[in-house]
Ligand binder design. Sequence first.
Ligand SMILES: [Zn+2]
Length: 125
Amino acid sequence: MNWLKTHKSDVLLIAALLVLGGGLTLFLLATRQAGGTVRVQIDGETVMELPLDQDVRTVLGEGEHTNTLVIENGAAQVVAADCPDQVCVNHGAIQYAGESIVCLPHRLVVTVDGGASNDVDAAVK
Ligand SMILES: [Zn+2]
């Protein structure tokens, strides 16, 4: 029985994995950067893509289902909406890749896409 020996090498392996994992986490944190574009989806369809580095104010939706989206200083935010819950308005600004604002009543999703170095194809369809 050389259980102890095996156990020892397992510990070493786990330690190595931990160090590796820690390094990876640090790497991911260090490379986390401002996203490139803001993608607007309504009903699951992408209706608009806007660069994060250009300040803009736009009204999304129509009739009694509108959300006012503002991009300012590299961050996107829904500043006004006529939905009943106002969750999207209260969400605050988003700026990192993967972050999103959801307005359930309006089936609206605003997501930050890509990294700063990505080539942005602004044309949808
Ligand atoms: Zn809303």
